[in-house]
Ligand binder design. Structure first.
Ligand code: HEC
Length: 156
């Protein structure tokens, strides 16, 4: 093998491994969409738990667990799951994010910030343990979910 063939081969190996690294660092769009759909399903699970508690038999431990789970997801940096390249496509199913979501960062930030605020407040109120206060705060959280869905989620 002459010298120039060797250096071309060496360069190709460098390019190939850089490509593999880039792929590792950047999740596939399909996974990003799956993860966000999964995160929202966990929100739905825990909203359901809260609803059952504030409307029926109130169990403080259950309420704290559910509220903490919602707050953890709210604080997780969900925005990263809406990376470029995920405007369309399939996760568990076709994305139901409206195209506008990717064009109006200001409004998305406002709605996401509001959701965060209500979720963190709910986690605090849950620990205090007053059922009526939890019910009221849960109502505010629900409004923050709906506000974002009204603007940015394709209806079922
Ligand atoms: C900042 C915006 C925003 C907030 C706040 C928000 N959602 Fe969503 N939600 C979305 C978007 C966008 C989708 C579509 C995700 C996709 O398919 O790409 C979605 C999807 C969902 C889904 C369907 C998931 C699936 O299987 O495809 C459920 C259930 C859901 N949200 C529940 C909630 C609940 C409950 C809350 C509040 C506790 C909430 N969301 C707060 C934007 C939001």
């Amino acid at each position: 093998m002459n010298k120039s063939v060797k250096s071309i081969l060496a360069a190709m190996i460098v390019v190939a491994s850089a490509g593999a690294l880039a792929q590792q660092g950047q999740p596939k769009p399909e996974n990003l969409i799956k993860w966000r759909q999964s995160a929202y399903q966990v929100l739905a699970w825990n909203s359901g738990r809260l609803k059952a508690n504030v409307d029926g038999q109130y169990n403080k431990d259950e309420v704290v667990k559910a509220a903490n789970t919602i707050a953890a997801i709210a604080n997780s940096g969900l925005g990263a799951l809406f990376a470029a390249g995920t405007e369309q496509g399939k996760g568990w199913h076709d994305t139901s994010t409206k195209p506008e979501f990717f064009k109006d960062a200001h409004r998305v930030g406002e709605l996401a910030g509001n959701f965060n605020k209500e979720a963190n407040e709910l986690a605090k109120v849950a620990v205090a343990g007053d059922a009526a206060a939890v019910k009221e705060q849960f109502g505010k959280l629900g409004k923050s979910c709906k506000a974002c869905h009204d603007d940015f989620k394709i209806k079922d």
